[in-house]
Design a protein around this ligand. Structure first.
Ligand code: NAD
Ligand code: UDP
Length: 322
């Protein structure tokens, strides 16, 4: 039987890759998106597919449909976008999650939720395992996103414990690749666009803060492996690890300073005349981030395949082409 999948936020960067992957696997795919940060350009090549439907809708408003699986991705992910309308951001995280879970409960759908490494905040534990509770400011400028995502995890957990709903969560660590919006504001798209257009490369702070960058194909492979597992296997695995709720870190543990990223970007765009410039570090910017991915390895037999140099080259090629 053809699986029916709904992807909220499916016109965004990650959602559009997931939509294509599920269509390629034979699913019927509905994308629900309000196009706040997503764009129809990301899904143009899918629109002609008879198994694809686009629904222009805001996830904070209830919606209806019979699906086997619901993937919840709707939420702006870049600091400049999620801070532009912070009340809308936290509403999207919380009410959007609530609407997804209520629909799943009524229709017996399986839920996948994209959580984030941001739930660890500016971490005291390094690398971050799933068991770490994090260090997050509740009243800072990043809180609308971080706390929204933490509340969404809490909602998922209570729907699992109270109703036995099949919900699976991944905490995504910084992911990049084609279909990122060129004005997205995240570091990889910023540096590539700046280098391609000979503008200054803006290093925030002294550039020694670190991130672990994952190429989008590695993430999508992990999502598919996780969602294909039987519910009984998922429950048993997390129970054996002392967790009542299925949540996995998914990211590439290769850790780079932001300065190293800038230098690698310039190495890969040798014709660029861009210079490195230093700008103030945004408030509450985490100093270090690196996933402990041993749980994902054990459950899914998954490790990331694409090193930063390779993924960056593919992403640069994409930005040159648009
Ligand atoms: P993105 O901004 O490209 O995609 C988000 C999508 O959600 C966009 O298409 C946007 O229009 C849509 N959206 C936003 N608010 C909405 C609303 N109220 N109703 C309906 N649609 C709405 O970002 P992305 O990088 O593709 O992120 C997708 C998901 O993955 C997000 O939930 C994000 O928090 C999560 N995530 C991403 C990363 C990353 O590094 N890319 C890391 C951690 C978590
Ligand atoms: N950053 C930077 N220059 C930019 C954009 C971002 O130095 O033009 C830094 C930012 O301060 C952070 C890191 O790069 O330390 C990653 O930022 P991004 O917004 O991509 O993701 P997040 O902070 O959410 O991990």
């Amino acid at each position: 039987m053809v699986k029916k999948s709904l992807i909220t936020g499916g016109a965004g960067f990650i959602g559009s890759h997931l939509a294509k992957c599920l269509l390629d696997a034979g699913h019927e795919v509905t994308v629900l998106d309000n196009l706040f940060t997503g764009t129809k350009a990301n899904i143009y090549q899918l629109l002609d597919n008879p198994r694809f439907t686009f629904m222009l809708h805001d996830v904070t408003q209830p919606f209806w449909g019979q699906f086997d699986e619901i993937y919840n991705l709707a939420c702006p992910a870049s600091p400049i976008h999620y801070q532009r309308n912070p009340v809308e951001t936290i509403k999207t995280s919380f009410l959007g999650m609530m609407n997804v879970l209520e629909l799943a409960l009524k229709t017996k759908a399986k839920v996948f939720h994209t959580s984030t490494s941001e739930i660890y905040g500016d971490p005291f534990v390094h690398p971050q395992p799933e068991s770490y509770w994090g260090n997050v400011n509740t009243i800072g400028i990043r809180s609308c996103y971080d706390e929204g995502k933490r509340a969404a995890e809490t909602l998922c957990s209570d729907y699992v414990r109270e109703y036995g709903l099949d919900v699976r969560m991944i905490r995504i660590f910084n992911t990049y690749g084609p279909h990122m919006h060129p004005q997205d504001g995240r570091v990889i798209s910023n540096f590539i666009m700046q280098a391609l257009h000979n503008r200054n490369i803006t290093l925030f702070g002294d550039g020694t803060q670190t991130r672990s960058f994952q190429y989008v194909d590695d993430l999508i492979r992990a999502v598919r492996l996780f969602m294909e597992l039987p519910h009984s296997r998922v429950k048993e695995f997390f129970k054996d690890h002392g967790m009542s709720v299925p949540v996995l870190n998914v990211g590439n543990p290769g850790e780079y300073t932001i300065r190293e990223l800038a230098e690698e970007t310039l190495r890969q765009i040798p014709e660029s005349k861009s210079q490195l410039v230093y700008e103030p570090l945004p408030k509450d910017d985490p100093k270090r981030r690196k996933p402990d991915i041993s749980l994902a390895g054990e459950l899914l037999g998954w490790t990331p395949d694409v090193p930063l140099q390779t993924g960056l080259a593919r992403t640069i090629e994409y930005f040159r082409s648009i």
